[in-house]
Design a binder for this molecule. Structure first.
Ligand code: M6R
Length: 609
């Protein structure tokens, strides 16, 4: 996610801003930049890639100033190029801004700015509309220009503004994106997050939604929306830098597990219109295009492949298109039947996985249209696809994928719903029912996270096990596979997942007294069958922990314990059902003192075959 830093004082601002941005590196970014105000001019440097690239561009002594703003960008609108990096400037170059968040109505504002104001845009970003509006509204009073500008914005933002003609202050404003002001002596700071400031101050003001903050050398003034001065208590930061980066969590993995309600919400946001229509960020498949598709291949690796397994049922169910799910490492070598009537749907968090990229290139070579679900804007897979639907999970840092998985599932629902409605194979009523279920997910995911205490106790009881089995039926098979992968990759406990109906065809031979099973039973349509499977396992004196929807009581009578998820439709249960399994893997790995965020032998992005 993007980061903001601002500084005003008597020292050289550029080193302080770089240090601040370094404090935000853990959040992930793909370009960085800063603007300094000096002798009535705004000086800007920005670069794509790592902070070191920016650092090499700010060494010259003419790039100087005691006041400035900086930014690390994680691309959402437009690829991670220098042009799209922040700061962005007004048309006359006399106002510079940095922005975190997304401006939802930027297209309409951009059209107005181009058509009615004759503005020429220099970037593909939503952010530039803010800079251009400020340029239009600035008539000598920067605060007034900020007020007028934000009155036209819809969406989420934290924006910091500097102006060449107002060289002694930074003006910032926030709505639904974090912003803090840091208190110094003869110098003051702004930032999106505390880690940016820890080197300089631990005294901060938390800026609230709708407030404007004006930061000068000796003063920080906070105003509410009516421009009434607000009194705010100073907050003393007591965390160390490491804890602060992880937002107070011990590991990135836990932070990312807990970020899932937000990731799901962000990924759904703006893709479902008020009229219930699905919009896929401009991706267009007309009825005829969809009717012409004879086969979809979903291709991915690891966790993303498990998401793909759920996609098959959705695409076949809603859009009635035959769908195969393939491991990317297998796809290329088995001469798949690909032609121009094939849709190749690849899923990748990083967008850089070698096997997935190679499979994509092969499918493209054979004429397939490529649609990808990706988390990293501008990644190789995103760039080489015909269309991309981004998961807005934010950067995923822990090697074990969690929030990327649940948001990949959200994207698959959106694509399948869109195709089903466009093709006419899914009724409006049915689509409406599923959309209602999706919209309720952020809250239900938050509710599911509350099972953590129960899961911690289970982990304490079972972390000594040498192997753990996971089973399920239907949509629960993918969840079982994903839960098992999570456990083995971070705890190193041997684990095995299988479709419950397959147990009796061989694997049942492994069951002994005290063998531990996690049994997914979230599918109402298959619930009775799962109860029979549990009976079979219990008859062999194994231990069973069930995962079921609230309200299902019989399972409690036959399992050793049940973890309940909120009640929901079967289709969306995989998103909630995986959360207890993620928490379980985490707590077991923690008890075993594993390197949770960077397990042995694994890399976050597998760029080799
Ligand atoms: O970046 P990708 O989604 O393409 O990565 C695919 C797999 O390497 C990845 O999902 C891996 O299985 C996870 N680390 C598992 O948690």
């Amino acid at each position: 996610m993007c980061g903001i830093v601002g500084y005003i004082g008597n020292e050289s601002a550029k080193e302080i801003i770089i240090e601040g941005l370094r404090g935000l590196e853990y959040r992930g970014y793909d370009s960085a930049g800063m603007a300094l105000v000096h002798r009535g001019r705004i000086l800007v440097r920005k670069e794509s890639g790592k902070l070191a690239n920016l650092e090499s561009k700010i060494t010259k002594k003419e790039f100087t100033g005691n006041l400035g703003i900086g930014h690390t960008r994680w691309a959402t609108h437009g690829s991670p190029t220098r042009e799209n990096a922040h700061p962005h400037l007004s048309a006359d170059g006399r106002i510079a801004i940095v922005h975190n968040g997304i401006i939802e109505n930027y297209l309409e504002l951009k059209a107005w700015l181009i058509e009615k104001q004759g503005i020429q845009f220099r970037s593909e970003t939503d952010t530039e509309v803010i800079a251009q509006l400020l340029g239009i509204y600035y008539e000598g009073d920067l605060i007034e220009a900020v007020q007028k500008t934000v009155s036209r914005l819809r969406g989420a933002y934290a924006v910091a503004v500097v102006a060449a003609d107002d060289p002694d202050r930074i003006v910032a404003v926030r709505k639904d994106a974090p912003l803090i002001a840091g208190i110094g002596e003869g110098r003051n700071f702004l930032a999106s997050d505390i880690p940016a400031l820890l080197k300089y101050t631990r005294d901060v003001y938390l800026i609230e939604n709708g407030e404007i903050v004006v930061v000068s050398r000796d003063d920080i003034k906070i105003f509410d929306e009516e421009m009434t001065r607000v009194k705010r208590d100073v907050m003393k930061v007591t965390w160390d830098a490491d804890a602060a980066e992880k937002g107070g969590y011990e590991h990135f993995m836990m932070k990312e597990i807990c970020e899932q309600p937000d990731g799901i919400r962000e990924t759904l946001q703006r893709r479902i219109g008020e009229d219930g229509q699905i919009k896929l960020d401009g991706i267009r498949f007309g009825k005829k295009d969809l009717e012409a598709i004879t086969r979809i291949y979903i291709v991915a690796c690891g966790t993303a492949y498990h998401a793909g397994l759920q996609g098959k049922a959705l695409l076949e169910g809603y859009a009635k298109i035959p769908t195969e799910v393939d491991l990317a490492s297998e796809f290329r070598y088995r001469n798949p039947l690909v032609d121009e009537k094939t849709l190749f749907l690849c899923i990748s968090q990083s967008g850089e996985t070698h096997d997935t990229l190679a499979a994509l290139r092969e499918a493209k070579r054979q004429g397939a249209r490529v649609l990808s679900i990706c988390n990293v804007v501008g990644s190789s897979i995103a760039r080489e696809s015909d269309d991309v639907l981004y998961t807005w999970a934010g950067p995923e840092i822990a090697v074990a994928s969690t929030k990327a998985y649940t948001t990949q599932l959200v994207c698959l629902y959106l694509i399948a719903l869109y195709m089903g409605r466009t093709k006419g194979t899914l009724s409006e009523e049915e689509a409406g029912r599923i959309i209602g279920e999706l919209m309720a997910l952020p809250e239900k995911a938050a509710e599911t996270l509350k099972a953590e205490e129960q899961i911690k106790k289970l982990a304490e009881r079972y972390y000594i096990k040498e192997q753990i089995f996971y089973i399920g039926r239907g949509a629960d098979v993918g969840t079982a596979l994903e839960g098992s992968l999570k456990l083995k990759e971070i705890s190193y406990i041997n684990s095995f997942a299988i479709a419950a109906g397959e147990l009796k065809h061989g694997t049942i031979a492994l069951i002994r007294k005290d063998t531990l099973f996690f049994v997914m039973a979230t599918q109402d349509a298959l619930y009775e069958k799962m109860l029979s499977n549990i009976e079979e396992i219990k008859a062999r004196k194994a231990q069973v922990i069930g995962i079921a929807k609230k309200g299902n009581k019989r399972i409690k009578q036959i399992c050793d314990e049940v973890i309940y998820i909120p009640s929901c439709a079967d289709e969306v249960a995989p998103i909630l059902g995986v959360i207890p399994l993620q928490l379980l893997a985490y707590h077991i790995a923690k008890l075993l003192k594993r390197d949770i965020d960077q397990p042995r032998n694994l890399a976050k992005s597998v760029t080799v075959e």
